[in-house]
Design a protein around this ligand. Structure first.
Ligand code: HEM
Length: 389
């Protein structure tokens, strides 16, 4: 089916809105596990912040079409699947590397990377593919810079991400690629140890934490993957949303200095409209959420359709780039809230400002409904966005 079972590529899976319209949905997933899907603003916040839900994914609802997950929950360094102190031990030191101040220091470098790619796109001439020219390479180079990994390994990061996040990614292929990436990272680790440098993320992990080699390796690979895959997909999705809504694009072009609040609204609306239900938690004991009981051992899966809940803001189903920023759930909520949110925000702001200022007449070369979307990944986005200007 086109667009990952979606009627419109920027909308929810077919039948999804009807299914959730009466509150939590009882589910039995293909691998036999049971639980609920929650999509209200209050319900999602409760699932993501209540300590009676665990992030450990052992036995989780199957999101892949085949094969086993490439990462075990118990793997050292798999921070996203840990709870409590074990999770904080890894997360706390890393969050220093993503502080707003550090991101502000990175702005000129990110701007330079974006400008270089826009120059190249202009030289190459229209039509261009925005995904290949901008969405994929920019976040990849930025995260490599933040970690301190040489940028020439971009293709290796992307191939590893494909296996890690691919719906039918193979564990064997993932392990082979992760081993190659491991060699690249091990070299950087040795250099940082020798120099004592803490100016990038690997330097910080090597010289200022008690992480062992195995933890450090998986954390670095996880950041490389998380750091480029989501941001590139969302930049593409934001652009497509704006192409569909010239009235809203005009608001950005009138005052690009408001890119910070505009990114928040695009994030709230785009993720909310897609509605995907992917983040999973397991109940450690019976917990009441939105009038139902998630029994101990059952799963709660959340839908970020919650971003369109009127409880969050008035006319939540509408995109309004003049709206003040609200506490949307696009970056999650609670202890596992996105560690890279400040970086993603900074990149998305610079990308949006720069693309639409530099190419004020940029437009899609084919209708959005004729573009191809990546149906093979857990994360969702356009495979190519042909544009002219
Ligand atoms: C538009 C871009 C992005 C979106 C929409 C996004 C979204 C999210 C969400 C919803 C979560 C919570 C998952 C959960 O509760 O289980 C999360 C966690 C995480 N994200 Fe992001 N993310 C983005 C970009 C990034 C970037 C650029 C990085 C790193 C460079 C990053 C690193 C992480 C990490 C490490 C976690 C796990 C945090 C933890 O478990 O404590 N993300 N992200």
């Amino acid at each position: 089916m086109p667009h990952d079972n979606r009627v419109h590529p920027l909308g929810p899976p077919a039948g999804f809105e009807d299914a959730i319209s009466n509150g939590p949905v009882r589910m039995r997933w293909p691998n036999g596990v049971e639980g609920w899907i929650f999509s209200s603003y209050a319900g999602v916040r409760k699932v993501l912040s209540d300590k009676r839900f665990s992030a450990n994914r052992d036995g989780a609802p199957a999101m892949r079409t085949e094969g086993e997950p490439v990462l075990d929950s118990s793997q050292p360094g798999n921070m996203n699947a840990m709870d409590g102190e074990e999770h904080l031990r890894l997360r706390r030191p890393l969050s220093r590397g993503f502080m707003v101040k550090r991101m502000a220091e990175m702005r000129p470098r990110i701007q330079q990377i974006v400008d270089e790619h826009l120059d190249a796109m202009e030289r190459q001439g229209a039509p261009a593919d925005l995904v290949a020219s901008l969405c994929l390479p920019v976040p990849s180079l930025v995260i490599a810079d933040l970690l301190g990994v040489p940028p020439e390994h971009q293709e290796l990061f992307q191939a590893t991400a494909k296996q890690m996040l691919g719906k039918n990614g193979s564990k064997v292929e993932y392990e082979a690629l992760a081993a190659q990436l491991g060699e690249v990272i091990a070299k950087v680790v040795a250099e940082k140890k020798a120099s004592g440098d803490t100016s990038d993320m690997i330097g910080l992990m090597v010289n200022e934490t008690d992480f062992d080699q195995e933890e450090l390796m998986l954390l670095a690979i996880g950041l490389l993957v998380a750091g480029h895959e989501t941001t590139s997909n969302f930049f593409g999705l934001f652009t497509l949303t704006l192409f569909e809504r010239p009235d809203q694009l005009e608001i950005l072009q009138r005052d690009p200095s408001r890119a910070d609040v505009i990114v928040e609204e695009l994030m709230r609306y785009t993720i909310g409209r897609l509605g995907g239900a992917g983040i999973q938690r397991k109940a450690l004991e019976d917990v009441e959420v939105d009038g139902v009981t998630v029994k101990a051992g059952e799963w709660a899966v959340i839908s970020l359709h919650a971003n369109l809940d009127e409880e969050l803001c008035p006319h939540a189903g509408e995109l309004d780039l003049e709206r003040k920023a609200v506490s949307h759930l696009g970056f999650g909520f609670g202890p596992h809230q996105c560690l890279g949110a400040n970086l993603a925000r900074t990149e998305l702001q610079i990308l949006l400002q720069s693309l639409f200022t530099r190419f004020p007449n940029i437009r899609p070369a084919v209708p959005v409904t004729e573009m191809t979307f990546r149906e093979d990944m857990i994360t969702y986005g356009a495979s190519a966005i042909p544009v002219v200007w």
